[in-house]
Design a protein around this ligand. Structure first.
Ligand code: ADP
Length: 894
C-alpha cells in the first residue's frame, strides 16, 4: 500500500495491486459482517485503515515531522492541520481527514486550513480566505455544472471547433430555443425520421423533473429546461442501460491543473432496456440511470461481487469491454479529452471569478480553491462516450461498500495532492507581507518614469525586466516542485491537464485561447501571451537564469556609462503632485536665466510669498537646459560668492540637527541664522499647507467634481454608510491594507514636501516628523485612530500634541488637520470604490476599450482639480479598470 503509483486510464482494468488488496481486505470484513454503511467512526477506521504504520507515515508527511516519540506528542498536537467539516454531511470525508492526521475543528472556526462544504460557497467567502486555506469549490464553476450553462458554453465553442466540441447530444435551451426545437422536429418528420427527446430542468439533479417525449411539440415551452436528443442506442451491461460517474479533481485554475481518478462508478438501470416507445417513455427504471431513482426499484441489487449489482466499478467495466473487444484505450483517451475540453471552456469563467476574488494573488502561490467534480458519461453502442452532465457536489454517500472503496480513496488522494502543510500558515502570511511591501514600493516608483532620461528609462526597464524574470524563475521553480510532488503523490489520479504530450498540449492551448476570446470577448487577446507562457512555452530554469545574468551585465554597463561623465540624477518630483498653475511671464523670464539665477529667483518667490510658484518646471529646466558645469555645481553645492542664496539653500536642505555645524561653516551669527531658519520654515510650512489644501483624492475614472459630489453624498448619508465603513475599515481590512490606505496620502504628502522643501532627506524634517505622528495616530488601535475622526468630536488625534512639549505652529496644526481630512476622504473613496467594484457587473471590455488611449502611467491618486476624467470612461468596466489601475496600491481591499 505504500507503493503509490499512477496508472493510466487506459489500464484501468489493471488497477494497482495495493488497491485490490485493500478491496479484498474490506470485502472480507464485509463478508464477516463487519461492514456497515453507517458504523460509528471508530469502527470504520478500524475496518479501512490498512495499517497503523501506513497512517503514521502519511501523518508525518502532512505534518512534516518524523519524530513520533511519545514525548513529542503534545507538541505535535499544537501544530495540527485543522479542517472545518461543518458544511459536509458525509462521514467518509471526516474519516479520510482524520486518517491523514488533520484535526477537525469547531464549526465556527473560519481559519481552518481545510474547509469542506457540500454546497458551493459565495465569492465573498472565497475572497475572505487566507492564502494558506483550501476550500473545495471554485467560483464560476456553475458555468459547467448547471445544465443550461454547460450547453450554452459548449455550443459557443462548437461553433469554432465543431469536431472537438461534438460530445454532448444535440441540445436546445428552453424557452429560448423552443422554435428551433420545433423546426428540427418538423424536419425530422419531413424526412420520416423518428427521434426521442429528453427534457431536464436546467438546474435539476437526481433525475427530478426529467421526462421523455416522442413528440417534441408536447414539450412545454415556458419552462427553464434543456431538451436533448435521447441517446436511444446505448451500450448495455447485462441488458441494462448504464452511465459512468467519473471523478475529476481540479487543484488550481491559475494555472489550470486537472486530474482524473483511475476508477469510478458504473450505475445501472434496474429494468432491462428497450428502445423508447410511446408505451415505455414513462418507465424511469428503464431510462434513467440515477442511483437516487433506481434505489427505489424493487429490483435494485446491492453490489456484493465485482460483476453483480446495480452499481459496479469502472475497473470492472473496462475488463468487460476488453473481453468484448472494445478499444478501452481509445474510450478513455476520448473521455479524458472531453473532460479537458470542457474544463477549458470553464476556465475563462473560473479564472476571471477567481482573480476577482483573489486580486493580486501570485500565480506561484497555492490555490485556495480545489474541486472534486463528478462527470457523468454515457456510452453508445459504438463505444462512443457522451457527456451528460457535471456535478459540482457529487455524492459522497457510502451506502455500499463499492461506494466506500472508491470515494474514500478519491478523498484521500485528493487531500494528498493538495499538499497542505502546517507551515503553510506561517509561510503564506510572511509571503503576503513581503508581497504587500514590494507592491507599495513598486507603486511609489512607477510615477517617476515620465520624467526619466533615456538612460534612466533603460536602467529602469532592465531592473523591471530583471524583477519579472526573477518572478518567472520563482514560478518555474515552484511549478517544478509542484509537479515533482504531484508525480510522487498521484495515488489513483493521473494528471490530464497540462498534458505531457506536447502535440496534445499545443492543441489544448489553442482551444483555451479561443475559449478566452469567445467567452471573454475583448480580453481574450490579452490572455494569449499568458496562456502560451504558462502552458505551452515553459521556459527552462536555465534559460531564465541566463536572461537574468544578461540583465545584470546590462545593468553594469549602465553604471559604467553614468560614471563616465553623466551627472547623477537628482531627485525628480513625483507625478502625483497637484498640477501646477500657469507660469507668469516673469517666471518664464526667470527660467531663461542660468541655473543659479533660476534657483535664486525661485527662492525669492517662495520667500517673498509671491505668486504661486512652478517649482516642477523650474526644477526640470535647471537640469535639462543649463550647461553641465552649472548642473553639477547645483547638485553638489555652490561657490561661496552668493551668500544670501547659499544661506537660503542651506536652510532649506539642512535638517534641524545640523544647524550648528552649518553656521560654523558659513560663519553666520547663530541667532540670525535661527530666526532665518524659523522664518523660512514657517514660509515653507505655509506653502505646504496651500499645496495640501489643493490636494484632492482622485476617484479613478471620475473628475474631481464628481469625486467631491460623491464625498458630499457619502457625508449626507453618513447614517447609512457609517456602519458599513466601520466594518470595512475596522474589520474587513487588515493592518497591511489599512496602512495602504493611509499610505496613499502619506506618499503624496511626502512628494509635496520633497518638492516644496527641496529636500531629499525629508524624514528628518520637523514638519514631516509631525505628519508621521499624525499618520501613525490614525492607524492606532487597529484603525480606531482614523475611525474616531468620523465621530462628532473628531479631533481626538490632537492630543498627541497636547501631551508633548513641542510647540506646534498654527500652520503646522492646520496642515495636520488637512492631512486628517485627506485620510478621511481617502477612506471614503476607497470604501466607495470597493463597494462599486463589488457591485459592478463583470462585463467583458470590448476591443476598442482595450486599446483606448487612456494612459495609466502617471495617473495619480491626488491630481489637481483640473484633472480630466479618462476620455472613454465607462462605468460597466469600472471594476476591470480598477484591477489594472489600483491593483498594486489597494490590492485586496475589495
Ligand atoms: P440529473 O442531474 O437530474 O441526474 P442528468 O442529466 O444526469 O440529470 O440525467 C439523468 C439521467 O437521464 C442520466 O443519468 C441518464 O441516464 C439519462 N439521460 C440524460 N440525458 C440523456 C440523453 N441525452 N440520452 C439518454 N439518456 C439520458
Amino acid at each position: 500500500m505504500t507503493m503509490r503509483q499512477s496508472t493510466s486510464l487506459s489500464s484501468l482494468s489493471s488497477v494497482d495491486k495495493d488497491y485490490s488488496a485493500q478491496s479484498h481486505y474490506t470485502r472480507n470484513n464485509l463478508l464477516s459482517g463487519q461492514w456497515q454503511s453507517k458504523v460509528p467512526e471508530r469502527n470504520i477506521n478500524r475496518n479501512v485503515l490498512v495499517s497503523e504504520e501506513y497512517v503514521n507515515d502519511r501523518q508525518d508527511r502532512v505534518i512534516g515531522k518524523s519524530d513520533r516519540s511519545a514525548g513529542q506528542k503534545k507538541k505535535k498536537k499544537k501544530h495540527l492541520i485543522t479542517a472545518n467539516l461543518s458544511g459536509t454531511r458525509y462521514d467518509v470525508v471526516r474519516q479520510m481527514v482524520e486518517k491523514l492526521g488533520f484535526s477537525v475543528t469547531k464549526d465556527d472556526d473560519l481559519g481552518a486550513y481545510l474547509i469542506w462544504n457540500d454546497s458551493f460557497v459565495s465569492m465573498d467567502r472565497i475572497s475572505e480566505l487566507k492564502s494558506y486555506q483550501r476550500m473545495n469549490h471554485f467560483p464560476g464553476m456553475g458555468e459547467i455544472t448547471r445544465k443550461d450553462a454547460l450547453a450554452r458554453n459548449l455550443l459557443r465553442l462548437q461553433k469554432a471547433f465543431p469536431d472537438d466540441y461534438n460530445f454532448i447530444p444535440k441540445t436546445w435551451i428552453l424557452p429560448t430555443d423552443h422554435s428551433l426545437l420545433l423546426g428540427y422536429a418538423r424536419d425530422l418528420k419531413a424526412k420520416k425520421k423518428q427521434r426521442t427527446f429528453i427534457a431536464k430542468p436546467s438546474n435539476g439533479a437526481q433525475g427530478h423533473g426529467i421526462a421523455l417525449y416522442k413528440n417534441a411539440e408536447k414539450i412545454p415551452q415556458t419552462e427553464h429546461f434543456i431538451v436533448q436528443e435521447y441517446i436511444d442506442k446505448p451500450l448495455l451491461l447485462d441488458g441494462y442501460k448504464f452511465d459512468l460517474r467519473v471523478y475529476v479533481l481540479v487543484t488550481s485554475c491559475d494555472p489550470l491543473r486537472i486530474f482524473l481518478l483511475n476508477d469510478g462508478l458504473v450505475r445501472l438501470c434496474t429494468e432491462k432496456y428497450v428502445p423508447p416507445s410511446d408505451g415505455n417513455v414513462g418507465r424511469l427504471f428503464m431510462h434513467l440511470t440515477n442511483y437516487s431513482v433506481n434505489k427505489h426499484s424493487e429490483t435494485y441489487e446491492k453490489s456484493i461481487g465485482v460483476d453483480t449489482g446495480s452499481k459496479r466499478s469502472i475497473k470492472y467495466l473496462n475488463d468487460h469491454l476488453r473481453k468484448n473487444d472494445y478499444d478501452v484505450t481509445l474510450l478513455w483517451k476520448n473521455i479524458s479529452e472531453m473532460i479537458v475540453k470542457t474544463m477549458l471552456v470553464a476556465e475563462p469563467h473560473i479564472l476571471h471569478a477567481y482573480r476577482m476574488c483573489r486580486p493580486g494573488q501570485s500565480p506561484a502561490s497555492d490555490s485556495v480553491c480545489f474541486e472534486v467534480l463528478g462527470f457523468d458519461f454515457m456510452i453508445d453502442r459504438k463505444c462512443r462516450p457522451w457527456l451528460i452532465e457535471i456535478n459540482r457536489s457529487p455524492s459522497f454517500g457510502t451506502d455500499e461498500k463499492i461506494d466506500y472503496d472508491i470515494k474514500s480513496s478519491l478523498i484521500e488522494d485528493t487531500l494528498h495532492l493538495l499538499n497542505i502543510k502546517v507551515s503553510d500558515k506561517r509561510r503564506n502570511l510572511a509571503n503576503m507581507k513581503a508581497e504587500a511591501q514590494k507592491r507599495l514600493f513598486r507603486t511609489t516608483k512607477k510615477g517617476d518614469t515620465a520624467d526619466m532620461t533615456e538612460l534612466e528609462k533603460r536602467r529602469h526597464n532592465i531592473a523591471k525586466r530583471k524583477e519579472e524574470l526573477k518572478e518567472q524563475l520563482n514560478r518555474v521553480r515552484k511549478a517544478t516542485a509542484r509537479e515533482d510532488y504531484e508525480n510522487r503523490n498521484l495515488g489513483r489520479f493521473r494528471r490530464i491537464f497540462p498534458s505531457d504530450d506536447k502535440i496534445r498540449q499545443e492543441k489544448y492551448c489553442n482551444l483555451l485561447m479561443t475559449a478566452f476570446s469567445v467567452i471573454l470577448s475583448g480580453r481574450g487577446a490579452a490572455m494569449q501571451k499568458e496562456i502560451l507562457q504558462t502552458y505551452n512555452n515553459r521556459l527552462q530554469e536555465e534559460d531564465i537564469t541566463d536572461q537574468i545574468e544578461q540583465c545584470e551585465v546590462d545593468e553594469k554597463e549602465g553604471r559604467i556609462f553614468t560614471s563616465q561623465g553623466r551627472p547623477p540624477r537628482i531627485p525628480k518630483p513625483l507625478t502625483s503632485m497637484p498640477d501646477n498653475l500657469p507660469v507668469t511671464a516673469e517666471q518664464c523670464q526667470d527660467d531663461d536665466d542660468d541655473s543659479d539665477d533660476q534657483t535664486e529667483s525661485f527662492n525669492k518667490r517662495i520667500l517673498s510669498g509671491g505668486s504661486r510658484s512652478r517649482p516642477q518646471s523650474i526644477h526640470q529646466r535647471s537640469n535639462s537646459e543649463s550647461p553641465p558645469a552649472n548642473k553639477s555645481a547645483g547638485a553638489t553645492g555652490r561657490p561661496a560668492s552668493n551668500t544670501s542664496l547659499q544661506r537660503t539653500k542651506s536652510l532649506t536642505r539642512i535638517p534641524a540637527g545640523n544647524k550648528t555645524a552649518s553656521s560654523q561653516r558659513t560663519g553666520i551669527d547663530e541667532n540670525i541664522l535661527s530666526s532665518m531658519v524659523k522664518e523660512r520654515e514657517e514660509e515653507l510650512t505655509k506653502k505646504t499647507l496651500t499645496a495640501l489644501n489643493e490636494m484632492r483624492i482622485k476617484f479613478p475614472g471620475k473628475s474631481d467634481a464628481e469625486a467631491d459630489n460623491l464625498l458630499d453624498r457619502l457625508h449626507e448619508n453618513m447614517k447609512f454608510h457609517k456602519p458599513r465603513i466601520a466594518s470595512y475599515w475596522l474589520v474587513k481590512l487588515d493592518s497591511i491594507k489599512r496602512r495602504k490606505v493611509i499610505d496613499i496620502v502619506r506618499s503624496n504628502v511626502r512628494a509635496v514636501i520633497q518638492r516644496i522643501w527641496k529636500c531629499s532627506d525629508i524624514d528628518s524634517l520637523r514638519l514631516f516628523r509631525i505628519f508621521s505622528r499624525v499618520f501613525n495616530r490614525l492607524l492606532w488601535s487597529h484603525g480606531q485612530g482614523l475611525w474616531n475622526c468620523f465621530a462628532s468630536v473628531g479631533n481626538s488625534w490632537e492630543t498627541i500634541f497636547s501631551k508633548s512639549s513641542e510647540c506646534i505652529s498654527e500652520n503646522e496644526m492646520n496642515s495636520c488637520r488637512r492631512i486628517v481630512q485627506l485620510c478621511k476622504d481617502c477612506l471614503l473613496i476607497v470604501y466607495q470604490f470597493a463597494t462599486e467594484a463589488k457591485a459592478a457587473p463583470s462585463q467583458p471590455t470590448s476591443d476598442t476599450e482595450e486599446q483606448s488611449p487612456i494612459t495609466y502611467n502617471g495617473y495619480s491618486y491626488l491630481p489637481s482639480r483640473e484633472a480630466k476624467p479618462p476620455p472613454t470612461w465607462n462605468p460597466q468596466t469600472f471594476s476591470q479598470r480598477y484591477s489594472k489601475l489600483y491593483q498594486s496600491k489597494v490590492e485586496g481591499m475589495t
